[in-house]
Structures are given as structure tokens and as C-alpha cells.
Design a protein around this ligand. Structure first.
Ligand code: ADP
Ligand code: MG
Length: 205
């Protein structure tokens, strides 16, 4: 795996397409166990990030990821904005000065992203948050070095599905206690789109 600056820009553009296409669905998920703004938040944040990236030239992958992080951090809003911002910021630090991202660097960046989200959200795996998808993706990149794009997409979809049976322990959904069981976590669903977009880019779609 070798991601160029152009690949990262394409990744964010693809993720944005998915956020726009699934804005209503993400909002519906957040209406079940939250306040119903997640689709609006993600669609706004990723649109701003995609616009920003196409307006600029970047010297290395770290710089693209950093601009993405800053935009997501300030434009998504809600509880999830700082968390997605932190994830991309941690990846940008790992990618600092790297013209291309190889498997090793990406793996390290993902690990740091997971640590950053956990720390910022004071969240652990199994608490029905976006941590459940990001941690599973870091595990995948740690476990295997040679895998197909489909594997990334499948793993992300599985991780998202698994949040359905969990009871929410963090964020607004935690107020629903047992009633949060049976619903997919909105932040896990949007995270799944981010990794499905990555799979599209790696798979050359
Ligand atoms: P808000 O909850 O402020 O309305 P969003 O609706 O945009 O923000 O985002 C909700 C998502 O954020 C949840 O589905 C969950 O995945 C994630 N989330 C919320 N609080 C936390 C936390 N403390 N740690 C990790 N993730 C969290
Ligand atoms: Mg919300």
C-alpha cells in the first residue's frame, strides 16, 4: 500500500460523497439514540474539508491530513467534531513530511488516532462509540500487511454492525441506557463510510 497526496485528497472527497449521500440515514440513527444532528454535522464538516483540499496544493501527506483535521475539528461540531479532528490530526503527525504513506506509517497513524480518540472522549472499546470502528481498523492494519480493499470495507461494516448490540456508555446515547441497545451508533456509521471510502481509493474505484 502506498498512498500519495492525491490519494488522500481523493479519500476525503470520496468520504464526503458518502456523507452527503447518507446524510439522512446518519441523522435517522442519531434521532434514535441522540439529538438527530449527526448527518448534518458530518455532511457539513466533510464538505468543508473536501472544498479546502481541492483549493490547495500540498507538499506531503501529513500536510493534507493536517488541513483535513483542522477543518473537521472546527466544522463538524457536536461531540464528534473534536474526535474526528483528533483522529486525523494524530494521523497527520505520523505522516509528517511523508511524500507517500506506506502500510507501516498508515498503521502507526491509525494506532495513534485510536489512542487520541480514546483519550479525548475518555472512551474505551465496547462503549458503543466511533472508537469501536477505529480500533477494529487499527487491529486489521496491525494484524495483516497484505489485504484487499474489500477486507477493509467488510471489517469496517462488521465493526459498525457490532455496535448495535452494545449499550451506550458515552455521549448523548448513554442517557438512553438499555434503550440504546438494538441501534447502530451514528458515529460508528459515519466512521464506516470513512473506511469504505479508503477501501474505494485503495481498490482503485
Ligand atoms: P452530539 O452527540 O454532540 O450530538 P454527534 O451527533 O455529531 O454529536 O456525534 C455523536 C457520536 O459521537 C456518537 O454516535 C459517538 O460515536 C460519538 N461520541 C460521542 N461522545 C463520545 C465520547 N465521549 N467518546 C467517543 N465517541 C463519542
Ligand atoms: Mg448528535
Amino acid at each position: 500500500m502506498e498512498l500519495t497526496v492525491q490519494d488522500i485528497v481523493a479519500w476525503i472527497e470520496k468520504a464526503n460523497e458518502k456523507m452527503q449521500a447518507n446524510k439522512k440515514y446518519l441523522t435517522t440513527l442519531d434521532q434514535e439514540i441522540g439529538d438527530g444532528d449527526h448527518g448534518i454535522n458530518m455532511a457539513r464538516g466533510f464538505q468543508e474539508a473536501a472544498d479546502k483540499l481541492t483549493e490547495n496544493d500540498y507538499p506531503d501527506t501529513g500536510a493534507v491530513l493536517k488541513d483535513t483535521a483542522m477543518t473537521l475539528m472546527s466544522k463538524i461540531g457536536g461531540a464528534s467534531g473534536p474526535l474526528f479532528g483528533t483522529a486525523f490530526l494524530k494521523m497527520s503527525v505520523a505522516a509528517k513530511g511523508a511524500e507517500t504513506l506506506d502500510h507501516e506509517t498508515f498503521k502507526h497513524g491509525l494506532e495513534e488516532a485510536v489512542n487520541g480518540i480514546k483519550q479525548r472522549g475518555k472512551a474505551a472499546e465496547g462503549e458503543k462509540t466511533l472508537v469501536d470502528v477505529w480500533a477494529k481498523m487499527a487491529d486489521l492494519f496491525n494484524r495483516e500487511t497484505d489485504f484487499s480493499a474489500d477486507k477493509i470495507a467488510d471489517e469496517a461494516a462488521n465493526a459498525m454492525e457490532q455496535t448495535k448490540d452494545m449499550m451506550a456508555m458515552k455521549g448523548r446515547a448513554a442517557y438512553f441506557k438499555e434503550r440504546s441497545i438494538g441501534h447502530i451508533d451514528p458515529g460508528s456509521a459515519s466512521s464506516q463510510y470513512i473506511f469504505a471510502a479508503l477501501a474505494d481509493i485503495i481498490g482503485g474505484k
